[in-house]
Design a protein around this ligand. Structure first.
Ligand code: EPZ
Length: 448
């Protein structure tokens, strides 16, 4: 007999204190780093649990701020959220009391918009705030809204909120996107699982996190499958059942630590990473001459012989999966500062994802930025410690990589941005031999 007491999410928001990372660079990273569950899978899996009133259990959920925000947002809807142990969440959305996703959630996390599809298709109505997200471009949600309208929803936009209703069940449709959108694909897919009839989504995003979500939906009894590389088909069902799922490893965290090993001249094994999820990234490492070996669920980077200053320059261009992940462009820019020659970067997904490199320049990197999409990096550059400010999640992690490679000590403001998406990042770096500490603004370092 389940415990009769209702489980309620006792969320104690982590105070956003002004925190800094203090990093002393110049030490090779050595050892094994466990790769956590993928942020960009976990957030959608938690949202998908709303498609059923039955209990869903998730393992390998990363302990990061964005997951806590999603859990709090679900709890505020009246969804029962239980966090019985680290990296485990259980969700039961029996009768959701309040179909309103507030500005506060959306402003803190763009992925809160993933609740549009599941709430609309299950309950027939939702009021949801236009989301915020990282400072890497406008990042509209028009494709999500168009997909819901294609599935028969009425959506009005007023004063920062979308008022969405669906008279009766949503209706299956051909959803065609003008460009590949990861969460657009996922929102449409979730909405289609309870619609009446068949839905075809194309071009559907091909990221591994999308396939992780498909696997969970299938475990729930949804009739969803990827019928060709860029096509997802769904046959709507009236109800879905609860299910359990283990979150796929985070390929972006794996790539971030791979670059950390390379730029510090270290040797690191990324335990639990899936090489097959990083085809374009590993191709860049290969072209740059970074030595690595792959196992079934591990990647070992060895830069103890071919290290910083000896890497080959190369041209990188981001693109939808299986192209090079835009989230790995900032870490790779740090690697290219240590290549012997001139490298070029073409960022095709977001228009403001190169701005952060002005901070990298202050650490000694030789970078020219040409508009919002192109940059050139001349190397090798001897990086030196500096005081910098983080603007977004991936740029923040990349400033840590640069600080680890630099000579001297760096102070990086805005540590909370990194906590959004990397589980225990400073502990993981410490365990690899880095000198890093997270401090509140204004405190004196214990190691200085
Ligand atoms: C997801 O964002 C990821 N976030 C991003 O990771 C990732 O960088 C991005 O996909 C691209 O791979 C999560 O999964 C939570 P898109 P998403 O829709 O889905 C435009 C990180 O650091 N667009 O694939 O929001 C958009 O502006 C984050 O973990 C519209 O025009 O990205 C972009 O140019 C950063 N209208 C392009 O499509 C829309 O309605 C692709 O964006 C939606 C998107």
């Amino acid at each position: 007999m389940a415990d009769a007491r209702p489980f309620h999410w006792e969320y104690r928001p982590e105070p956003i204190t002004r925190e800094i990372f203090r990093v002393e660079g110049g030490r090779p990273l050595l050892g094994i780093v466990p790769i956590s569950g993928a942020k960009n899978a976990a957030l959608k899996l938690l949202a998908a649990a709303v498609l059923t009133g039955e209990r869903c259990r998730f393992e390998n959920v990363p302990e990061i701020e964005d997951v806590r925000v999603m859990a709090e947002t679900l709890a505020d809807l009246g969804v029962l959220v239980e966090h019985p142990a680290p990296n485990i969440y259980e969700i039961a959305s029996g009768d959701v009391e309040w179909l309103f996703v507030p500005l506060e959630a959306a402003a803190r996390m763009r992925a809160s918009f993933m609740l549009l599809g599941p709430l609309l298709t299950r309950f027939g109505r939702v009021i949801i705030s236009n989301p915020g997200g990282d400072r890497i471009g406008r990042r509209p949600v028009d494709l999500h809204v168009d997909a819901m309208r294609a599935l028969g929803a009425d959506i009005e936009y007023r004063n920062g909120y979308y008022f969405a209703t669906s008279p009766g069940r949503l209706r299956g449709a051909d959803v065609t996107f003008p460009l590949v959108s990861v969460m657009g694909t996922e929102n449409a897919m979730l909405a289609a699982t309870l619609a009446s009839g068949k839905t075809t989504i194309r071009p559907a995003a091909q990221e591994p996190e999308v396939d992780d979500l498909i696997a969970f939906l299938q475990a729930m009894g949804a009739a969803v499958s990827r019928t060709s590389p860029d096509t997802i088909e769904v046959e709507g069902r009236r109800r879905l059942r609860g299910a359990s799922h283990r979150v796929v490893p985070d390929r972006i965290e794996a790539g971030t630590f791979a670059v950390a090993a390379a730029v510090t001249g270290g040797r690191v094994t990324l335990e639990g990473s899936r090489p097959e999820h990083l085809p374009a990234f590993l191709d860049v490492l290969d072209r740059c001459g970074v030595q690595f070996a792959t196992g079934q669920d591990s990647i070992t980077i060895d830069a103890t012989t071919v290290g910083p200053g000896m890497f080959r320059p190369c041209a990188i261009e981001t693109g939808p999966y299986p192209g090079l992940a835009t989230d790995l462009q900032p870490p790779l820019c740090v690697l290219l500062t240590q290549a012997d020659g001139r490298s070029t970067i073409h960022e095709t997904i977001f228009e403001d994802r190169l701005e952060w490199m002005s901070a990298l320049r202050r650490m000694g990197a030789r970078i020219s930025i040409h508009g919002g999409h192109e940059a050139t990096i001349a190397g090798p550059a001897r990086l030196h410690g500096a005081e910098t400010e983080i603007g977004d999640l991936r740029a923040g992690a990349s400033l840590i990589l640069a600080a680890l490679a630099a000579e001297g000590t760096s102070t990086i403001h805005g540590a909370h941005h990194v906590q959004r998406g990397y589980e225990n990042i400073e502990r993981k770096f410490l365990d690899l031999g880095a000198r890093i500490e997270r401090l509140e603004e204004g405190t004196v370092s214990t190691t200085s």
